[in-house]
Design a protein around this ligand. Structure first.
Ligand SMILES: N[C@@H](CCC(=O)N[C@@H](CS)C(=O)NCC(=O)O)C(=O)O
Length: 198
C-alpha cells in the first residue's frame, strides 16, 4: 500500500486530495512539521528537502506535490486522472502540471513577500500575467483541460484554494471563485479537507 507523508494545514493537502481521488487504499504517516518531524533522519531519508508531502511506493520514494500528482495519476490509470499517452490533451496536461510549481507558486510567494524581481529574469515573469493566464484558461471550464478533470486540477485547484480562498494572498476573480467552488464540490476534496484539518 502506498504511504503518504503529510502534515495538517500544509501543502500536503494536494497529495491528500489526490490520494482520495484515486479511490485506492493508502497509509497516512503524520509528519508534524510544527514539531520538527520533517527534519528527523528517518524522514530526510524519504525527502532530503525535509518538506511534506512525500510518498513511498514499495521502495520508491517521491516528493514535490506536482511530481506526486503525475506519478500517482500514472500508477492508478483506472482513476483517469491523466489523459492517456497519445491523447492531444496530454500536452496541456503537462503544461498545467508544471505551471503550478513553475509559475503559480513562485508568483504567490513573490506577491506575499512583496519581492521586486526583474520579470525577464524571473521564470514566472510577472505575477499579474500568471493570474491573467490562469483566468483565461479557467474562464470556460469546468476544468483546466476543459471537460475532463485531471491531476493538473489538483495542482492548480489546490494552489488557488490556498492563495485565493484560504489565505487571500491574491485577489479573487469570478473564474477563480467558480473553479474553486467546483473543486470544493468534489467528494474527494471534502474528505481531504476533513483529514487536513487534523
Ligand atoms: N516544493 C514543495 C514544497 C513543500 C513545502 O513547502 N512544504 C512545507 C509545508 S507547506 C513544509 O514541509 N515545510 C516544513 C519545513 O520547511 O520545515 C512541494 O511542492 O511539495
Amino acid at each position: 500500500m502506498m504511504k503518504l507523508y503529510w502534515s495538517p494545514r500544509s501543502r500536503s493537502f494536494s497529495a491528500l486530495w489526490l490520494m482520495e481521488e484515486t479511490g485506492q487504499a493508502y497509509e497516512r504517516v503524520l509528519i508534524d512539521i510544527s514539531k520538527g518531524a520533517q527534519k528527523t533522519p528517518e524522514y530526510l531519508a524519504v525527502n532530503p528537502m525535509g518538506k511534506v508531502p512525500a510518498i513511498k511506493d514499495g521502495e520508491t520514494t517521491l516528493a514535490e506535490a506536482a511530481a506526486i500528482c503525475a506519478y500517482v495519476a500514472e500508477r492508478y490509470p483506472e482513476a483517469k486522472l491523466a489523459p492517456p499517452v497519445g491523447d492531444p490533451l496530454r500536452a496541456k496536461y503537462y503544461y498545467w502540471l508544471f505551471f503550478g510549481p513553475g509559475c503559480m507558486e513562485p508568483a504567490m510567494v513573490q506577491v506575499a513577500t512583496k519581492l521586486e524581481m526583474n520579470p525577464v529574469a524571473a521564470g514566472w515573469g510577472e505575477a499579474q500575467r500568471v493570474y491573467d493566464v490562469l483566468d483565461a484558461a479557467l474562464a470556460k471550464g469546468p476544468w483546466i483541460l476543459g471537460e475532463s478533470f485531471s491531476a493538473a486540477d489538483i495542482v492548480i485547484g489546490s494552489g488557488l484554494n490556498f492563495a485565493v480562498r484560504l489565505f487571500k494572498m491574491i485577489p479573487a476573480r469570478p473564474s477563480f471563485d467558480a473553479y474553486i467552488a467546483r473543486c470544493m464540490a468534489r467528494p474527494a476534496f471534502q474528505r481531504a479537507e476533513k483529514i487536513a484539518a487534523g
